[in-house]
Design a protein around this ligand. Structure first.
Ligand SMILES: Nc1ncnc2c1ncn2[C@@H]1O[C@H](COP(=O)(O)OP(=O)(O)O)[C@@H](O)[C@H]1O
Ligand SMILES: [Mg+2]
Length: 306
């Protein structure tokens, strides 16, 4: 499997991109695109087409199946290559570097540009698609939601949320979005789960997290997946990231989701720093404070210690 598409994209030629975007277009109608439809979608002629199919299949950018008919589908590396190509064309990035992290539903790489950036490829929908597809094989299912669509929607939602929050709220600065990928500021810090905090610093860090969260709520957003995995501790404070599942504060479940977020963070703190002076036993009260704003957060966490 191609681990990092950066090396691959370097030797992709314009006709390879035509083929990949042809397969992408066909995938709007079915997961496996018939070989006979590819000239139409890719604009490539007969001779060129076979050559491009072989090149892209060798590089694992597309996958071939020949059961009822000869069909092709993009692998996620193929979809990555299309997004990367677009970012390169737009001048957003110059190159891709080392992996920064693998999340539950994403791969994140460092990217080179005029400043350090992070490129996040969303993978939502891909794993389920593979599992379903094994059984389904070639049956064209009109209701089937393609993983391309699911992953792209997650990227769009995350990017829109970052754009709404930045710079009022300490989140990564959004830079660009294409297909299932977003480019954002690279945060220089450690994930909260990996930070070895001095117990005396824990109250200030917890307070900072909920102050940032209060800012997000003031801007109308509930994170809905807050945990020690989605908070960076940096030299200058904390940054909350990973926003694709965020919901609006006027969403039906927003109160519950906010309380669950607060509870997640507090229970992590209680487990990891049992001796820190943080009241971790009343998430509902802290959640109320987060909804009220920064000052309320500071009060709630300070009073809890008395
Ligand atoms: N802006 C960023 N700067 C630096 N590292 C990042 C950035 N965004 C994500 N990462 C790294 O990638 C990992 C996965 O990103 P995340 O947004 O949490 O995706 P997931 O939804 O898959 O959990 C994170 O745990 C983090 O280590
Ligand atoms: Mg995450």
């Amino acid at each position: 499997m191609v681990e990092n598409v950066a090396g691959v994209i370097a030797d992709l030629e314009p006709e390879d991109i035509h083929l990949l975007s042809g397969v992408e277009q066909g995938m709007r109608f079915s997961e496996w695109v018939q070989r006979s439809d590819l000239p139409k979608y890719s604009g490539l002629n007969h001779d060129d087409l076979q050559y491009r199919i072989d090149r892209c299949a060798d590089r694992e950018l597309i996958e071939r199946k020949t059961i009822q008919y000869e069909g092709y589908t993009l692998t996620f590396e193929g979809y990555d290559a299309l997004a990367l190509h677009t970012f390169a064309e737009r001048g957003t990035i110059d190159g891709v570097g080392a992996p920064l992290g693998v999340g539950k539903e994403s791969d994140v790489y460092e990217v080179q540009s005029y400043r350090p950036m992070a490129l996040k490829y969303h993978r939502e929908g891909y794993t389920e698609f593979r599992a379903v597809d094994r059984e389904r094989e070639y049956t064209a299912d009109r209701d089937h939601v393609s993983w391309l669509y699911t992953a792209r929607q997650a990227a769009e939602r995350e990017f829109e949320t970052l754009e709404a929050l930045y710079p009022d709220v300490a989140v990564p600065r959004p830079i660009d979005q294409n297909r299932h990928a977003i480019v954002m500021e690279r945060i220089d810090g450690v994930e909260l789960r990996q930070a070895a905090l001095d117990p005396s610093d824990v109250p200030a860090v917890v307070r900072a997290v909920f102050e940032v969260y209060a800012d997000a709520v003031a801007d109308g957003f509930i994170h809905a997946d807050l945990s020690e995995y989605n908070v960076f501790v940096t030299e200058s404070g904390v940054v909350i990231f990973d926003w694709p599942q965020a919901v609006a504060t006027d969403h039906d479940n927003s109160a519950e989701l906010l309380e669950r977020d607060v509870e997640n963070l507090l229970s992590y703190v209680a487990r990891k720093y049992p001796n820190a002076a943080v009241a971790t036993d009343d998430p509902a009260r802290i959640a109320d404070a987060v909804r009220e704003g920064r000052t309320a957060v500071a009060d709630a966490l300070t009073n809890a210690r008395d």
